[in-house]
Ligand binder design. Structure first.
Ligand SMILES: Cc1cc2nc3c(=O)[nH]c(=O)nc-3n(C[C@H](O)[C@H](O)[C@H](O)COP(=O)(O)OP(=O)(O)OC[C@H]3O[C@@H](n4cnc5c(N)ncnc54)[C@H](O)[C@@H]3O)c2cc1C
Length: 391
């Protein structure tokens, strides 16, 4: 091995949300920490998050808002670093924020303020930041050695915070999973989550000319339900209700969509004075769905007759549109990666590997995935903080 040798108490690979939080907590406790980030700046994903305003946490954060093979795993970290802790940090830095909806907190200004805050905290905790540092090799002898093009970094502790596979164009790599495999740790197959779905050919032909139309729906899959907005795209479906359910969906499963939640479109026909015909049904449906979507739905699913049974059947279909997606838009468009380092391999209290002393995995690299709405950052902060306090 060549290059200048630099020694630290802990090396953190990845200068994103989790890695920076870990570095701050460890640095505050007097540990000499280096963050090795392969990009030319820190927190690129934070910068593009929440439409540029960073939905940095959710005040209603509960363990139920996370997917993991072991749903109990995130509880410990989430309890020890809460949204209130992160909000206190945001307030200390006088960053203005607001609740947009459903407990989601966003910056009033820009996501850049969150990155600046983390940079300032790193500076005051004496964290060494090394940008453009691509680890070429990681070995473990009496300590961990990370070799980049120009230097060798050594420390008894290595924290892997390189994130998941989503959005490769801003620097996502499989580095964390490869390293976990190198040390014999199990990986839960990574797949795209919070991702738009592509409709099958028939449904695409039927609906995708309605691109941009949105409706409030309930999506359901495998016992999970989300009551939020759905958006039709040029290839399929998106919007919060669809993104949320996409994290649970497995090809070739069927997603059920209630297009008229808590509404009964055919109720008016119980009144004998109301004529049973297409135009009254259309005007009723247009009260619930955008006109173009209502009209299209009726073209494709008009009642076969005007009997009570046929109307019941129409109503049933409207509340349970069976969607068989052809696939997802993939990691290019996914907000997160579902799966990752198997939680059986890690301590829930510290995120340290059970097999390899001194090796930690935090953030999105771990098989813990949040719902849409600030939960993924909360997991990054929480897992980073508990690891940082354990170093
Ligand atoms: C478009 C978009 C919007 C989002 N909006 C939100 C939101 O508003 N709220 C929310 O809660 N979540 C949001 N997320 C999810 C959230 O950004 C992630 O869950 C979170 O950033 C994960 O933190 P992390 O530190 O584990 O990984 P990351 O933030 O991805 O950080 C990993 C870091 O490691 C670096 N890296 C990767 N490979 C290497 C390597 N080999 N060597 C060195 N460094 C490496 C990367 O460059 C990166 O800086 C969004 C995601 C996307 C894609």
């Amino acid at each position: 091995m060549t290059g200048v040798i630099q020694r630290f108490d802990a090396l953190i690979l990845g200068g994103g949300a989790a890695g920076l939080m870990c570095a701050i907590e460890a640095g505050k406790r007097g540990r000499r920490v280096a963050v090795l980030e392969h990009a030319d700046r820190l927190g690129k994903k934070i910068l593009i998050s929440g439409g540029g305003r960073c939905n940095f946490t959710n005040i209603h954060c509960r363990p139920e808002d996370f997917l993991s093979k072991n749903p109990h795993f995130p509880k410990s970290a989430l309890a020890r670093y809460t949204p209130t802790d992160f909000i206190a940090l945001v307030e200390k830095h006088r960053i203005a924020y607001h609740e947009k909806t459903l407990g989601q907190l966003f910056c009033d200004g820009s996501a850049r303020e969150i990155v600046h805050m983390l940079e300032e905290e790193c500076e005051s905790a004496n964290v060494r930041i090394v940008l453009n540092a691509s680890p070429r090799e990681v070995i473990r002898a009496d300590e961990f050695v990370v070799r980049t093009a120009s230097a060798q970094f050594r420390a008894p502790v290595l924290v892997v915070a390189t994130g998941g596979l989503s959005i490769p164009k801003i620097g996502a790599t499989s580095f964390g999973y490869d390293l976990a495999r190198q040390y014999g740790l199990k990986i839960r197959e990574p797949r795209p989550g919070l991702v738009p779905l592509i409709l099958n050919q028939r449904d695409r032909a039927s609906y995708c000319d309605l691109t941009g139309v949105s409706a409030e729906v309930v999506t359901s899959y495998d016992g999970h339900q989300f009551h939020e907005k759905m958006l039709i795209t040029h290839r399929g479906l998106s919007g919060p209700a669809v993104l949320q359910i996409s994290s649970y969906w497995h090809n070739p499963g069927t997603i059920s969509i209630d297009l008229a939640p808590e509404r009964e479109t055919t109720a008016m026909f119980r009144d004998p004075k109301v004529p049973r015909n297409l135009s009254s049904l259309k005007s009723e449906l247009r009260k619930i769905l955008p006109a173009r979507f209502a009209d299209r739905w009726l073209e494709l699913h008009a009642p076969t007759s005007w009997t009570n049974a046929a109307l019941d059947d129409f109503e049933r279909q409207l509340h349970a549109w069976a969607v068989h997606p052809a696939g997802t838009e993939g990691f290019e468009k996914a907000e997160v990666t579902v799966g990752g380092v198997d939680t059986d391999e890690l301590s829930a209290k510290t995120m340290e590997s059970r097999k390899v002393a001194g090796l930690y995995f935090i953030g999105e690299a771990v098989d813990v995935t949040g719902h849409l709405g600030g939960f993924n950052f909360q997991w990054a902060w929480a897992s980073g903080a508990v690891a940082g306090r354990a170093l």
